[in-house]
Design a protein around this ligand. Sequence first.
Ligand code: ZN
Length: 185
Amino acid sequence: MLFSRKQKDPKKEKEFEIVDMIEELEWNPVKRWSKRSVGSIDRVIIHHTGSKGDVTSINKYHISPGNHISSLGTPHICYHYVISGPFTSNHCDGEIVLVNDIRDITWHCRGQNSRSIGIAVVGNFVDDTKPSSEQLLAVRWLMKHIHEDLGIDKKEFYGHCDFRKPACPGKSLYNEIMLFKNNTI
Ligand SMILES: [Zn+2]
């Protein structure tokens, strides 16, 4: 099984693991990402995927010609981490999948790509649709993990809506980012 989760003490914070699918997911036959150093990363931007498709189908859409991002298709799925939802049989609800190396400059937010990590939560959370509680726990854990691991300031965690994409990632997910920024979780 690809995914496992350690639970040390139910009263303590839940521990998540990150599943690496970078090589397993199909790549564009000719295109690759430009690279950066880890030291140039100082920002994290959170998205919803806008649909219930799993990581494999989103990847297939992104690398295929004629999508909304690139007429020739992108090198690979355009985020660094994808958090699965309760919709598909291939992944657990709240499963955290690494889909690109963090040194890859992926195309997830115009004008911000060279400095930021992109996290996408599977689903469409506009209006009153909310992420599952497992997805919220996973995104919370991942924000904390990146903050501690890379030393990225909590103030530098954003929603895509902070950069002119108002519908992404939706109200409840954005609220989770705000709680993290304000040190309330
Ligand atoms: Zn977005």
